[in-house]
Design a protein around this ligand. Sequence first.
Ligand SMILES: NC(=O)c1ccc[n+]([C@@H]2O[C@H](COP(=O)([O-])OP(=O)(O)OC[C@H]3O[C@@H](n4cnc5c(N)ncnc54)[C@H](O)[C@@H]3O)[C@@H](O)[C@H]2O)c1
Length: 298
Amino acid sequence: MDVSLEGKVALVTGAGPNIGSGVALMLSRYGARVACNDVRREAAEATQKRIERNDGTAMSVVGDVTNEADVKRYVNEVLDAYGKIDILVNNAGLLGGRPLLLESLEGFNRHVEVTAAGHFLNSKYVATSMIERGVKGCIWSVVSSTGFQGLPGVIAYSFHKSGLYNFVRAAAIELAPYGIRVNSITPAAPAPDNPEFIAARQAARPRGAGLGRVDPNDLPKWWRKWGKTNVRDNVPMGESPTPTDIGHLVAWISSDYARLITGQDFTVDGGVRAKSWAYSPEGSDFAGPLPLIPMDAS
Ligand SMILES: NC(=O)c1ccc[n+]([C@@H]2O[C@H](COP(=O)([O-])OP(=O)(O)OC[C@H]3O[C@@H](n4cnc5c(N)ncnc54)[C@H](O)[C@@H]3O)[C@@H](O)[C@H]2O)c1
């Protein structure tokens, strides 16, 4: 018995280059045709090409998830090309941000807007297209472990990600009469596995950049230090998940076998969410999980 998305069409927002690209590729590997949205044309097209060199069918739809005219236009582009949308993955988001005491109103509002308006507009117009065509589809929200646990340094991110959990539950109940399901996936610092992204990041990313880091020159005199985050040494199974692992889960739960699974949150995290805050795994004695089965032929 195979899980298959054969005949289905997916739209992934913010489809590049890390989690969105991995999820888009996996939906394609399970048989869906995939529309790759991004506000950056090159990001959408790179994911389209990644799918095509793995023998999948994909298209790029460029647009800002917070712009209603853009969303209506690119949803219609997908409907014109593929006839319907069965799966929407609301993945677009702005990473990073600044701490409560240093964030600007403009920065705070834009971070919230990309998640809030992006989820609202894409879910509204894609769900309407499903209802009009009798598609009993599946809508996804990509959240973050930062949505249910406090992480210093990214106050807007913490705020808008947590709101998604109840967006998902409420949308699931509103769309249940149409047979449309709404669920979320909560990544916890996945390790990138898109070869192009890994190469570009090694070439460009300054050391120490990332979620919640602030340039020391921006700090006021009264600033007090926070503790440290330690992602890689805190995973009970000893290995961080990849976008491919996340994509398997999104594909399985998007399939028809999951017809009654709605309003739920899922994670693929090697046991991170299950563990007591007081438990720190020892970094040297892991059997490790089964090896990852390569899904990107490039
Ligand atoms: N990377 C992580 O460790 C991590 C962990 C937990 C959750 N997440 C979530 O996963 C999602 C994807 O993250 P990622 O690491 O792949 O980030 P990413 O930056 O690689 O991809 C996000 C994409 O969204 C696009 N985007 C931003 N604003 C947009 C807009 N207004 N309209 C359309 N596209 C827009 C960007 O151009 C980018 O290509 C985000 O929602 C993020 O919050 C990431």
